[in-house]
Design a binder for this molecule. Structure first.
Ligand code: SF4
Ligand code: SF4
Length: 472
């Protein structure tokens, strides 16, 4: 099959789309021994992954006024985001968040393809930056591992190394399970379970179950999670178009590929067919076959190819970030952000900034104020008109706060029926019933909108408009 692209005709391999890189011709699993990449992108990914891991493992310990910064306690229906508390009745916020997240993912993928998978997804970060590095340390580089596996009679050291590696893998999986569960039940519960396992045996069973799942994912399932199981990966073909950025082989420059021979340099493209881009690929694909769903955009092949290009004195980025449109029009490296991309990028920034601002500025009290049904108005002997109201209020603050009610309009008075609250505990849900009184004649309309102010100290947290009924 040939594909025209600018002046170059690029031969698409016959097997393109017909084979899975991790399955051999007999349908058996082909184990991927990915070589350790070396280069600029790998260095950036390593730094990013250190930051990411510090954040992931450290965040459960971050508390604001004794409450976790982030907690998603689904069994108890208690959620803490950005240090603010949310409850099942706040599902609308969760709904908005989920819709925005879906829009974000669609727009992000349309722009940058599967970059998230290679640079942010915990599956890739943990596998490549933690488990595979430990494997290299214990079993040696990929070619040594391959050779050891092929030995018919394996030495004792082979089994010793394998056992040691799997023990460390399980311990790390246990640590990941602890972190993961601490986002659900809180780090204090997890630490108590570790200290006194007999008292918290249910938590220990949960930890062991999750640790076992993580162990199998990182020790055996590996790239299959990205190439077969992950739904996000399966949706790539629908989320990306010809203008989406992705790691791509610039066939205009590289083809026809081949080992350079003296006197025949001009007949060949820049690809020397060294195969290093395939050797480093954690999903086992050959990026020169074209854009593939299995590519997690980890950029290891860019680093490997750049290294080769430097050795043969050719310009770097034979494998690079490019759109399919750029490849077809032979404009790789030229203006990559067209108007459409700029608009989508702006949308991404607005969505992120808007939702963050929305979350940060959410009031610490959530309340509903209603006139008590069945009551119109009461005329007092002191010459006042009053209406009866009920407030339902919940604190979303991680700390206890002072609380009071006031009416914004002048000459109004508030009189509480029963207990008057002075403060709200963190997460407390309460009700109050109160009269609002005005001197007769103060309000001229039969129905007037008045403002009930919900305060914490001197600060007005919410202003609720309610109807006040007059006698006229
Ligand atoms: S093709 Fe390149 S970017 Fe894609 S997964 Fe393989 S090494 Fe990573
Ligand atoms: S690393 Fe670069 S030069 Fe080597 S085979 Fe891959 S694309 Fe060709």
């Amino acid at each position: 099959m040939k594909m025209a692209s600018g002046e170059t005709e690029y031969l698409i391999p016959e097997h393109y789309g017909n084979k899975i890189s991790t399955v051999d011709n007999e349908g058996k699993r082909k184990w991927i021994y990915a070589f350790k990449p070396k280069g600029k992108f790998y260095k950036y990914r390593t730094w990013l992954s250190w930051f990411y891991m510090a954040l992931l493992f450290g965040l459960p310990f971050v508390k604001i006024n004794g409450k976790p910064f982030l907690l998603l306690n689904i069994p108890k229906g208690e959620f803490i985001l950005f240090g603010k508390m949310f409850f099942p009745q706040d599902f609308i916020i969760l709904g908005i968040g989920m819709v925005l997240a879906i829009v974000f993912v669609i727009v992000f993928t349309l722009l940058f393809g599967r970059v998230f998978c290679g640079w942010v997804c915990p599956q890739t970060i943990f596998l490549e930056m933690m488990f595979r590095k430990i494997e290299f340390m214990i079993e040696g580089p990929a070619h040594v591992q391959m050779k050891a596996k092929k030995q018919k009679i394996k030495p004792k050291s082979y089994y010793f190394k394998k056992t040691l590696k799997h023990i460390i893998f399980y311990l790390l999986s246990f640590l990941i399970a602890m972190t993961f569960l601490s986002y659900i039940v809180g780090i204090d519960v997890i630490l108590s379970a570790i200290k006194e396992p007999t008292k918290h045996w249910i938590a220990i069973i949960g930890l062991l179950a999750f640790a076992t799942v993580f162990y199998f994912v990182y020790a055996y399932v590996r790239e299959i999670a990205c190439t077969v199981i992950c739904p996000y990966g399966r949706m790539q073909s629908t989320l990306m178009d010809k203008k989406s950025m992705a790691v791509a082989y610039n066939y205009n420059r590289g083809e026809p590929r081949g080992r350079k021979r003296k006197g025949k340099e001009d007949e060949l493209g820049d690809c020397i067919d060294c195969g290093m881009c395939v050797n480093v690929c954690p999903t086992g694909i050959d990026i020169r076959d074209g854009l593939q769903m299995e590519c997690v955009n980890c950029t290891a092949c860019i680093d490997a190819c750049d290294d080769m290009m430097r050795r043969v004195n050719k310009p770097e980025r034979l494998i690079t970030f490019a759109t399919e449109h750029q490849l077809e029009t032979n404009t790789v490296g030229e203006k990559s952000l067209d108007l459409r991309s700029k608009l989508l990028l702006t949308l991404l920034i607005v969505l992120t900034a808007g939702f963050t601002a929305f979350m940060v500025t959410l009031p610490v009290f959530d309340s509903t104020v209603l006139r008590v049904p069945g009551q119109l108005y009461q005329e007092g002997q002191d010459g006042t008109i009053s209406n009866l109201y009920k407030i339902k209020i919940q604190s979303k603050s991680p700390k206890d706060l002072p609380y009071s009610l006031a009416v914004k309009e002048e000459n109004a008075q508030i009189e509480f029926v029963g207990t008057k609250l002075d403060s709200l505990k963190s997460g407390q849900l309460s009700e109050e019933i109160f009269f609002v009184r005005f001197p007769k004649g103060e309000l001229e309309q039969r129905k007037t909108k008045i403002n009930i102010q919900i305060k914490s100290g001197d600060k007005v947290i919410q202003n609720k408009k309610v109807t006040f009924l007059n006698g006229y």
